[in-house]
Structure formats: C-alpha cells, structure tokens
Design a protein around this ligand. Structure first.
Ligand code: KG4
Ligand code: ZN
Length: 336
C-alpha cells in the first residue's frame, strides 16, 4: 500500500512554514518563509505585519511543500496546524488555511501545541524515549518540561520574567544590533571573554525556575553608565559575559532537573537551542554528569520555528485520536 503523509502548517509568529511528514515520522519536506526582513526595521515582530505576510505566503508554501515532497492530496492522511501559543492573528491564518484545506479534501484536522512541536523536532534525530526531560528555550518561553510518556507534559520550572531569547533580543538592541539578535550575540561572544561577571540569577535557589530580567538590566545599566562617562566598552566581552551568564544558568538548572527527575533522554529545543555556546557548554557539563542519559539537540534548521516539528508532534496527537473540530480557534496563551 502507498505511504501516507501529514501536511503540517505553522504560523504562530514570524515564519510561515508548511511540511510534509510521513506516518513513520520521516520529514519529507519543510518549507520555511521567513518574514524577519520585514520586522527588522521595527526592532521586533509587528503582529499586523506578521498576519499580512502569512496571508500572502501560506498558499504558496502549501503548494511548495507538497511539490517538494512529490505528494498529492490523495497521499495525505490528515492536516496538522499550530493551535497556540503565539500571536492570535498569525495563528488564525494557519488555522484558517488548514481548516479550509482539510474540509475541502475531507481530511481530519490535528491541533498541535507549538512548544510540543519544538520538543518533537528532536524525534527527527533519534526516536524519543521516556521519561524525557526537555529544556525549551525560545523567544517567548524558557521552560523545563518533564515528559513521563509521549504527549504528556509537566512544566517543572520556567522563567519568572523574560524568556532567554527575549533577553538576547533586548540586549542586542542596546548594542545596536538588528532584531532578532541572538545569533549575532552568539558570534560576538565567541570572540570575547567573560570579564563583566554579570549576575547568575536564581542559580543558588533551590528551585528549577529562571529569571533573565536582572541580567538584562545589569547589562543595560553597564552600557548606559559607560556611555555617560564617555567610556567605550568592549562589545565582544559584553556579549561573552552576557552569554556566559545565560549558558551557566540554563545548564545548572537543567542538570538539577535531571538529578531530581531521572530520565532516559534530555532534549534541548527552541530558537535559543541554536546557540553555539549553549550547545557546547551544556553538552560538556551534561555528558560529564549524566553519561548514561542521551542528549539530543536538533540541528539548527529544526531549532527555529518550522512546520516539520509540528508534523512530528501531530503524529502523537493523531495516534491518541486527538482531533480538532471545524470550530478550532487560535489559542495565544496555550500552555503544555
Ligand atoms: O523558537 P523561535 O524561533 O521562535 C519562538 O517561538 O520564539 O525562537 C526565536 C528566538 C529569538 O529570540 C532569537 O534571538 C533566538 O531565538 N535565537 C538565538 C540564536 N538563534 C536564535 N538566541 C541565541 N543564540 C542563537 N544562536
Ligand atoms: Zn518557537
């Protein structure tokens, strides 16, 4: 019998993405249309602009994903779409396209949590094994998630203020970098040294939560104080010092979490999982402390927002027969 596929759609923020995933969890195509160039001049994502771009891009992304995968409508088993969290107007574009396509072709509709998608990006690297720990680090979220089983999520720690990616982007603005600045700070950091010794928030506290707003303020105050005295600070050292604090806190809390909750695998996911400093620092510390736990950090193209990850998470929901009705709505605050 012919292979069957899921068409997955992601539009929660500033990437319009459509992927084709087989029921055996092979990623056959993963088209990502980034809007970043349009948002750069505003210094962040403008929701109205994002929605408009999704409208313009969504149909051609769907066509391109199907063509690249050499599949036709007859090869499809279901349509999956990100339900939330994200920008409500942006989510609604993907959801409307998914509903229309599914309804017209009499296919079931699978609702997917965007953060679950980030975790399931790791399933393209290796089959997931449970219990599993996930460190989710993106522009909007910083969470430690314990998974006893497929599709079951328990948030055991999270940020009390800014997300890690958000801190990168805000600090980047002070350095005069374009949005989103995580990647560029990462590159600067590798050429500098941790000379500023910024705070490591909550690192000594006996919990699995994070805080990045104090670090952000310390960074901004340091830069502003120097400006007032007409001093110039070494940008490379500033970036390196900021990154050292982020990596140290994320690593320490993740190791603590794995000590508290024995797991078979650790997954690091979300846009900030693309950070070279974090990938290296966490890998070194983790493989020393937990040599028997498998560490999976997806390749860079699967760390940022993409529909491939939504398709992988959709397979789990589909097996549980968790389907959406035609009244599916965008859920901007959806949690795991
Ligand atoms: O997961 P994602 O693509 O979108 C959200 O769901 O938020 O994450 C985007 C975030 C941005 O804040 C961006 O600055 C950050 O990921 N990011 C990085 C790197 N690449 C992207 N942060 C640090 N280092 C990087 N290399
Ligand atoms: Zn994301």
């Amino acid at each position: 019998e012919d292979k069957k596929y899921i068409l997955a759609i992601e539009s929660s923020c500033d990437e319009t993405s459509v992927a084709v995933v087989s029921l055996e969890n092979d990623l056959v195509s993963n088209v990502v249309a980034s809007q970043i160039l349009s948002h750069k001049r505003f210094g962040g994502v403008v929701p109205e602009v994002a929605s408009r771009h999704h409208v313009e891009q969504i149909i051609s992304c769907m066509e391109e994903a199907m063509t690249a995968a050499s599949v036709t409508v007859e090869d499809l088993e279901a349509v999956a779409v990100t339900e939330g969290p994200g920008l409500v107007g942006a989510l609604l574009i993907g959801i409307s396209a998914a509903k229309a396509f599914a309804w017209a072709n009499e296919l079931p509709l699978i609702p997917v949590n965007h953060m679950a998608g980030h975790i399931y990006a790791a399933s393209y690297v290796k089959p997931l094994e449970f219990p599993l720990m996930a460190l989710l680090v993106s522009g909007g979220h910083t969470e430690l998630v314990y998974m006893p089983e497929h599709g079951e999520y328990k948030i055991i720690g999270e940020t009390r203020d800014d997300a890690a990616g958000e801190a990168y982007d805000k600090v980047g603005r002070v350095l005069g970098l374009e949005y989103p600045s995580g990647k560029e700070i990462d590159e600067l950091a590798h050429q500098g040294n941790d000379t500023f010794n910024f705070p490591r928030a909550m690192i000594k506290e006996d919990n699995l939560d994070f805080s990045f707003s104090g670090l952000k303020s310390a960074f901004i105050n340091t830069v502003h104080n120097a400006e007032q005295k007409n001093e110039t600070l070494d940008r490379l050292d500033l970036a390196a010092s900021f990154q050292a604090s982020v990596v140290e806190v994320l690593t320490k809390k993740t190791l603590d979490a794995c000590g508290e909750y024995p797991v078979k695998q650790l997954v690091v996911a979300g846009g900030v999982a693309a950070n070279k400093g974090l990938r290296q620092g966490l890998t070194d510390a983790f493989t020393t402390s937990f040599p028997n736990v498998e560490l999976i950090i997806p390749p860079l193209n699967l760390c940022g927002d993409n529909a491939g990850m939504i398709g992988a998470a959709a397979l789990v929901e589909y097996k549980k027969n968790h389907l959406a009705g035609w009244d599916l709505n965008g859920n901007p605050g959806l949690s795991l």
